[in-house]
Design a protein around this ligand. Sequence first.
Ligand SMILES: Cc1cc2nc3c(=O)[nH]c(=O)nc-3n(C[C@H](O)[C@H](O)[C@H](O)COP(=O)(O)O)c2cc1C
Length: 303
Amino acid sequence: MLKTELCGLALKNPLLLSSGVLDLTAPLMKRAYENGAAAVITKGVGLTERTGHPNPTIIGTDNYLMNAVGLSNPSIFKFKDEIKELKKNRIPTIVNIYAENAEKFAKTALKAQEYGADAVELNVSCPNITKDEMVGQIIGKNPSLVEEITRQVKETVKIPVIAKLSPNVDDIAVIARAAEKGGADAVSAINTVSGMLINIEAKRPILANKSGGVSGPAIKPIAINAVYQIYEAVKIPIIGVGGITTGRDAIEMLMAGATAVAIGSAVYYRGLDVFRKIENEMLQWMKENNTRSIKDMIGVAHK
Ligand SMILES: Cc1cc2nc3c(=O)[nH]c(=O)nc-3n(C[C@H](O)[C@H](O)[C@H](O)COP(=O)(O)O)c2cc1C
């Protein structure tokens, strides 16, 4: 009942492990897959190793998580064994990559393809650093940069290219259209929402980086709205992500227009078997509401 397909990838259900959450090693991602995730999206990797921001980098509350991990990663080269291990286990693997410019995105994507990735997801929520412009703006805010990066990656690899969009923009539909124009096979929305917390006794921001990204249940309405707007703006499939914690949330995301749903923070709230739990909750709802397939839910809130 939940079988589906995304960019040519056959999926046992529409639930994916979102990038950055318990996905730095193959055994962890394998556990998510064995607990119901149809595919895994890896931690964002770049061309060079990065240690990330100092602690604290993540804060948890009942309603949201705040993180500022600072793109800590071992580099695509050291990540090779993890990708190979996942593919040895036949786990659909989407490699999330980041870079400072189109050329580096393309280089990283090519390596991911060489190591066996089924698709790449471009995290465009990082600063743009070109040869002559050392201090960059966030790439994901600039439609022409998003288009250029997507195009260069598309011209370099054969595997599907997914652009992961930031909600911290004026109009996310404009950015989705730019990704589609650049040839993206799909878009993911949304990445974390910019935020800050202050310790009132210390009179200082709590995160070492001061600002961070908000995820989890509190951002669900923002994610649903983004997917709804994007669905009206583009023809390519959407991976809906942001605050999805229950089967009802996942169905809501499909109805907003998502073809698949990625789950991140809910792993912290409900455990690595959250995928199985959400799958069962979806099936239960579908039975009670006479709904036979995923197709009967995608985008129906628009009709
Ligand atoms: C600790 C942490 C690390 C993350 N790292 C990445 C990353 O490397 N690349 C990326 O595109 N998104 C990253 N994200 C964003 C998530 O993939 C997701 O878009 C966001 O958390 C919203 O979904 P959620 O509410 O289900 O967590 C990260 C999120 C968290 C909480």
